[in-house]
Design a protein around this ligand. Structure first.
Ligand code: AR6
Length: 182
């Protein structure tokens, strides 16, 4: 586990399962159709129960890449799930980096609008969507730091990494970026 202070806020890097987090919100790595798939998405819907999908169906038609929508957390510990749609990686020349940044910003903006003070993120796009891990980590960490510096919120942002490789990469990138924090 690793913690870094950013102003009054805390950025945390942990290894674990996003569905077990007790932060007010957790973020889902969703798809544009908002139809449950595998990975994080599958785990959230399995553990959270059918009401999350019912709410998605009744409120939203879908969600374009780079955007996010919010529902309740169903049976999860988290009160809210923010469903964020990251880009499919297609070689790196199709705006994937900008879209991944926008995805994190969209999720953080929704959190701000709902007064959410603690949130957990997975490594969006690094599974089925094949975004290279190190580049994804640099974008994820720098975008979160930029946002919390600007808004002084959320008070806690936790990255929850499933694999050793993802945990090591996110920790290393945070170490490289954090000395520049003031
Ligand atoms: N907790 C935290 N991280 C996890 C967990 C978990 N329980 N399970 C997997 N990961 P992915 P994507 C990691 O594929 O790449 C779905 O089918 C995993 O090791 O969940 O954005 C959706 O419906 C990887 O590092 O999301 C979409 O169609 C990271 O979470 C599509 O996949 C993201 O992997 C989205 O693909």
């Amino acid at each position: 586990m690793m913690q870094v202070k950013v102003g009054d806020c805390i950025l945390e890097i942990v290894k674990g399962d996003i569905t077990e987090q007790d932060t007010e919100a957790i973020v889902n790595a969703a798809n544009e159709a908002l139809i449950p798939g595998g990975g994080v998405d599958g785990a959230i819907h399995r553990k959270g129960g059918p009401e999350i999908l019912e709410e998605l169906r009744s409120k939203y038609k879908g969600c374009p890449t780079g955007n996010a929508v919010i529902t309740g957390g169903g049976k999860l510990k988290a009160k809210f799930v923010i469903h964020a749609v990251g880009p499919v990686y297609k070689g790196g020349n199709r705006g994937e980096a900008e879209l991944l940044k926008k995805t994190y910003e969209s999720a953080l903006k929704l959190a701000l609008e709902h007064g959410i003070s603690s949130i957990s993120f997975p490594a969006i796009s690094t599974g089925a969507y094949r975004f290279p891990l190190e580049e994804a980590a640099k974008i994820a960490i720098s975008t979160v730091i930029e946002f919390i510096k600007k808004h002084n919120s959320p008070k806690l942002v936790r990255f929850v990494l499933w694999t050793d490789d993802a945990y090591q990469t996110f920790s290393q990138v945070t170490k490289e970026i954090s000395p520049n924090l003031s």
